[in-house]
Design a protein around this ligand. Structure first.
Ligand SMILES: NC(=O)c1ccc[n+]([C@@H]2O[C@H](COP(=O)([O-])OP(=O)(O)OC[C@H]3O[C@@H](n4cnc5c(N)ncnc54)[C@H](OP(=O)(O)O)[C@@H]3O)[C@@H](O)[C@H]2O)c1
Length: 225
């Protein structure tokens, strides 16, 4: 079935992989790609067109004119030098955008809203608590939005990846726990299709975070996590 998929933060490595998978699934899907950078979007559109994508629109802001079957939001920054900016990009701007879209989704009475959070939101840690707290706030916001949309048949998904090899983590040392953007994209499509509320990607992060969340504080404070 032909779908209309809208992606905010479409230039993200994870979002790009999601777009490629949707084109692979059906070249007739309509993709609306939103990002702050038009030149990057033009390059992405050209790539997706070569891969067979037939209906790709690009824009710097979302003004929905037709029903949206899937809305993916992938914007994010791990850079917490500027605390305000980190919280704005990872939480405030997303919540503000989604609040504005509530009447649109209430009217259309269907669709999936999928937003990329992070395992970093599961527990405050010395290494990334500004980023982590924004992602935690985002998860609570999505939980409330899901409750709001329950009578409207609108699905809300919080995606919680672990370590993913993307430009955001280019300077990080990689190891066994790292996943590719395509592995995450595959999990995102599946979680949307199954209308999950929350998904850890890859799935083993659910177990890892269960342990991390349950380490007593006295022991946790002795770690360098
Ligand atoms: N990589 C990981 O290990 C990992 C783990 C857990 C969660 N995540 C989350 O996954 C999502 C996608 O990230 P990624 O790993 O695919 O990284 P990425 O390729 O660096 O993508 C980041 C995206 O956010 C946009 N962005 C960054 N700062 C922005 C700002 N100030 N205003 C507007 N847009 C901004 C970027 O736009 P430009 O292309 O214009 O810069 C890009 O589209 C993020 O929400 C991230 O927090 C990533």
């Amino acid at each position: 079935m032909k779908k209309h998929i809208t992606i905010i933060g479409a230039t993200s490595a994870i979002a790009t992989s999601v777009a490629k998978r949707y084109i692979q699934e059906n070249p007739h899907h309509h993709l609306t790609l939103i990002s702050r950078s038009l030149p990057k979007l033009e390059t992405l559109k050209a790539d997706l067109s070569i891969r067979g994508g037939l209906h790709i629109d690009i824009d710097t802001q979302l003004t929905p004119k037709e029903p949206i079957d899937v809305l993916l939001i992938a914007t994010g920054t791990i850079d917490d030098q500027d605390v305000q900016d980190c919280i704005d990009v990872n939480f405030t701007h997303i919540a503000v955008q989604l609040q504005k879209l509530i009447p649109f989704f209430e009217k259309q009475q269907h669709g999936s809203i999928a937003v990329i959070g992070s395992v970093a939101g599961d527990r405050g840690r010395q290494s990334n608590y500004v980023y982590g707290s924004a992602k935690a706030g985002l998860e609570r916001y999505l939980e409330g939005l899901r409750h709001h949309f329950a009578p409207h048949k609108v699905h809300v998904l919080c995606i919680k990846p672990g370590f993913v090899d993307t430009p955001m983590t280019a300077s990080f040392k990689k190891g066994l726990l790292w996943a590719t953007p395509d592995t995450i994209a595959k999990g995102i499509l599946k979680a949307i299709q199954k209308k999950k509320s929350t998904v850890y990607l890859p799935g083993f992060w659910k177990g890892i975070m269960f342990i991390i969340k349950n380490i007593p504080e006295a022991i946790f404070h002795k770690t360098k996590l």
